[in-house]
Design a protein around this ligand. Sequence first.
Ligand SMILES: Cc1cc2nc3c(=O)[nH]c(=O)nc-3n(C[C@H](O)[C@H](O)[C@H](O)COP(=O)(O)OP(=O)(O)OC[C@H]3O[C@@H](n4cnc5c(N)ncnc54)[C@H](O)[C@@H]3O)c2cc1C
Length: 435
Amino acid sequence: MGGPKNNPAQADVLVIGGGPAGMFAAAAAVMSGAKVTLLEKNDRLGRKMSITGGGRGNLTNTASLHDFINNVPGNGSFLFSALTRFSSADCRKFFKNLGVPTKEEECGRVFPVRERAGEVVDTLAEYLAASGVQVIYQVRAAGLLLANRRCQGIITGGRRVFSGKTVVIATGGASYPQTGSTGDGYLLASQAGHQVAPRHPGLVPLCLAEQHLCRHLQGLSITDASLTLATAAGKTIAAERGDVLFTHFGISGPAALRLSRAVAQKTAAAGAGGLRLLMDVLPDISEENLAASLLSMAAEQPRKAVINIIKQILPGRLAAACAKMLQGSEHQKSGETSKGAWREAARLFKNLPFTVTGTRPLAEAMITIGGVSVREIDPRTMASHLVDGLYFAGEVIDVDAHTGGYNMQVAFSTGWSAGLAAAEEAGFPAAAIPR
Ligand SMILES: Cc1cc2nc3c(=O)[nH]c(=O)nc-3n(C[C@H](O)[C@H](O)[C@H](O)COP(=O)(O)OP(=O)(O)OC[C@H]3O[C@@H](n4cnc5c(N)ncnc54)[C@H](O)[C@@H]3O)c2cc1C
């Protein structure tokens, strides 16, 4: 731990990027006994990690391996080995050993007990320094040093050379560029001949054409709605269920964020033109039963205005908006409203129609969909199939997961696998996971 300093420009393992993937790659490699240099272009590590989970740090998820992979819609099966080698349980033990106990919340989400992501980053930074990892700040890797199908280091924008027997690219995706993830890793990977799958915004709010309505409903949160994305012809593309939040431009919240993957891909392929969104704001009751309930409420309260009946089952502002969409007057007495009109109301509440115009931009997305193709990376070691001595870890790889701590664990697990394998190739056999 923390012996005399080596020349950081000549490492056994050179890690590019100090996010969760790079920090875990560095940790695994130094634990194996390798001399490790970590280059970070910011003046501190883990800027994006510090804002995860609303600053509380949603570090991982306790889902079983099978369920975990089901929560990774983008190339989930690629992760089988990495998640087996370094699981979410290993991750929690690792943090516990560092003095960062974790707790589980709903849907298996794991947070540090003290709920401060920034503190976790600081602890990791201290751990890396104490372990002897040389962290060099404000250095941006601009190109790979390649010779005879082997990666031997990197060159910075200022023409400074850092050599490594092996190199791990952990530069993240291209979302939230203010955190340092500006997509540099895609250029480095391309330089080595790697295919990079097109990038789209992931886990990002949706924009809707109904601007006036959205502004009216802005800030309204619907607990548990069902969203169905369909083509103009009505063919279902994807469906999600969960909380939805109206914003001035459209919708956000877990269900909308999950649906954004399908929207981004459809939009990239054919433009958003004609994408329809149906929102079921009462997903636990069938349309038939809802119509029957409305009819019996109207029969019991015949003098009440239609709007006041609707307000008994929908939140106020949404009730008013829905009442306006129905034919006839919202102020009409419910007893004077036809059975057909109540059935129409039930159909509307189960199928509120919107038109999707696209997603918010990549800069506002939580993650990047796309990246370095998994077909050219060894899933057991994260090693490049094309160039010796080159490894990838974290969001730079074409893997993307749902919200819930899955993306962080992907970074930890792929970082750990890459760090161990990079150290081994550099002459330092694999370390055991500290338990
Ligand atoms: C607002 C927000 C909230 C999120 N919340 C969650 C959550 O609750 N749970 C969850 O699982 N995930 C969450 N994520 C996603 C998660 O933060 C990322 O998936 C994860 O940080 C990816 O880790 P990474 O190490 O691959 O990349 P990053 O964290 O992006 O780190 C990459 C690092 O590389 C550095 N770098 C880039 N290029 C270079 C270069 N050329 N030279 C040197 N350094 C370079 C960057 O400065 C950066 O420090 C959230 C993301 C955002 C934006």
